[in-house]
Ligand binder design. Structure first.
Ligand SMILES: Cc1ncc(COP(=O)(O)O)c(C=O)c1O
Length: 444
């Protein structure tokens, strides 16, 4: 095992000379449309640290976009995936099956909310899981319409681009998008015109009114929502919103799909973020944190819904690849053994206390939100007008990167700085990363 020293170290400019050389090669051959937040090339990573080819060690507040919750070289993930690699790399589950796939589906049935009979199908990416959840819901309901929400993000395939709210960079120039996708308001408390206290019920009423008047509830196959909206800005729908939407779905024979691809698997301090308000989704999509960095995704849900699809209607060559399944079993083992829900809650405690103290000094922090190790600050030019301050988010990220702390931005207005540390990060590194963020705020 490569035990990466758990210390921040900046020994060259960021990016350093070796990274710059690789970046020059990359620019010659890698398509320009594929971006990188920070072009330092990784040599090894683990715990809370990414080490680059120049020997810099960055504190990781990104986890490869909420993927490496157990760290980027977790012992159980590496051990199980390596053992599986020795045995076989692939047979295709649709040709000759293997136990790891079944074990992952058993774990999903155990861990996801609700004690009803559940089944799962495995895929490669989050977008593929969302596409399949829509396929399954349409097959079950014999309806077509799909309802999604303002600020939602669901992926980059044609259907999931259509389901995603933000135009740049995800959709611009890539249309036409799949039909029968309808967008309704979400309960974004910080920006709700009548205030955060009223937001949950008011936003739910608006969303339901739009659905009934503009689509017709009887035409809706699925309502798909992230229980904490990720790319849209770490928006936690105001309390009461999700339960009202779930009730409406249940009352009208609509399949309620929780997209837990970013928020799931201990990220928010619960196995799944929808548990916060006791939501039991009909279907749940997972990916990212599920397999410790190996590509795996799933749709899990009520057995009668999952089984409504004809034999052979779901699948794909690589879906539920055996090495990825082994990785998932290692990641889940780690989450249980190290109590990563507890760790995520502790990260929230530390981060929110520090960020709240910073907000008193720096009025650019308009809002602090999120749960567990999915925390963000929304930056504004003025706390009263709440005018988005995207330039500040970009400047803060740049400062942090130069100082050896990897942070990501997000949000429909590009003005949210988000923190997604691996759940195994040490508290000293967490605090050191926050020190750098504080110094960055003092600069802008
Ligand atoms: C909530 C959510 N859904 C879907 C996706 C798409 O996942 P993938 O990039 O694995 O296709 C993402 C990725 O960021 C996501 O955050």
């Amino acid at each position: 095992m490569n035990a990466v020293p758990q210390e921040r170290r900046v020994v060259t400019a960021i990016p350093g000379p070796k990274s710059q050389e690789l970046q020059a090669r990359r620019l010659d051959t890698v398509a320009g449309g594929v971006g990188s937040t920070l072009p330092v090339f990784t040599k090894r990573a683990g715990g809370g640290i990414i080490e680059d080819v120049d020997g810099n060690r960055l504190i990781d507040f990104g986890s490869g976009i909420a993927v490496t919750s157990v760290g980027a070289s977790a012992e159980a993930v590496v051990r199980r995936a390596a053992a599986q690699l020795q045995d076989f790399t692939h047979t295709c589950f649709m040709v000759t099956p293997y136990e790891g796939y079944v074990e992952v589906c058993e774990a999903l049935a155990e861990l996801t909310p609700g004690d009803h009979a559940k089944k799962s199908a495995l895929f490669n990416s989050g977008a593929e899981a969302v596409e399949n959840a829509v396929k399954i819901a349409r097959s079950y309901t014999k309806r077509q319409a799909v309802v999604v929400f303002d600020h939602g993000y669901h992926g980059r395939t044609n259907l999931t681009m259509g389901m995603t709210a933000k135009n740049m960079p995800y959709k611009q120039g890539f249309g036409p998008f799949a039909p029968e996708v309808y967008r309704v308001p979400v309960a974004y408390g910080y920006r709700w015109p009548t205030g955060a206290e009223n937001c949950g019920p008011e936003a739910a009423a608006q969303a339901i009114d739009n659905i009934t008047k503009q689509i017709g509830a009887e035409n809706v196959a699925a309502i798909v929502i992230e229980p904490v909206l990720g790319e849209g800005g770490f928006i936690e729908p105001a309390k009461g919103f999700l339960p009202a939407i779930v009730k409406f779905a249940n009352d009208n024979g609509i399949v309620f799909v929780a997209d837990e691809i970013q928020a799931g698997f201990c990220r928010t301090g619960q196995w799944f973020a929808c548990e916060d308000e006791g939501i039991v989704p009909d279907l749940i999509t997972t990916a990212k944190g599920i397999a410790g960095g190996l590509p795996l995704a799933a749709v899990t849900g009520r057995a009668e819904i999952m089984d409504s699809v004809h034999g052979g209607g779901l699948g794909g060559t690589y879906g539920g690849n055996p090495v990825a399944c082994a990785g998932a079993l290692g990641a889940i083992e780690t989450m249980k053994e190290l109590d990563l829900n507890g760790k995520a809650k502790r990260i929230e405690e530390v981060m929110k206390a520090r960020l709240t103290a910073m907000q008193e000094k720096f009025p650019a922090i308009g809002d602090i939100r999120g749960r567990g190790a999915m925390i963000a600050i929304e930056l504004v030019k003025d706390p009263v007008t709440k005018e988005p301050y995207a330039e500040a988010a970009a400047a803060l990220a740049k400062y942090c990167h130069n100082e050896g702390v990897l942070v990501l931005t997000c949000g429909t207005y590009g003005n949210v700085l988000r923190f997604l540390p691996p759940l195994v990060i040490g508290e000293d590194l967490l605090n050191e990363g926050l020190d750098v963020i504080e110094a960055a705020l003092a600069q802008i």
